[in-house]
Design a protein around this ligand. Structure first.
Ligand SMILES: [Zn+2]
Length: 64
């Protein structure tokens, strides 16, 4: 299971939507999100390209 979470793209960066595996310590692109950011703050955020690339690979590799 994966979930989307809003977080900075990198330290001090703009907010983006990361993909995070349930119970994982870090997002697919390796960011460790220290704090939950309210999803409403990310309404206009774009998707993290690194997470999306990893997510697509995972989906291609995992038949479900
Ligand atoms: Zn990411």
């Amino acid at each position: 299971m994966y979930e989307m979470c809003v977080g900075p793209e990198k330290a001090g960066g703009a907010l983006v939507w990361h993909v995070m595996a349930k119970k994982a310590a870090a997002t697919l692109c390796g960011e460790k999100l220290r704090e939950r950011i309210e999803a409403s703050d990310g309404e206009r955020a774009r998707h993290c390209p690194d997470c999306m690339a990893s997510f697509e690979k995972l989906m291609a590799a995992t038949p479900c």
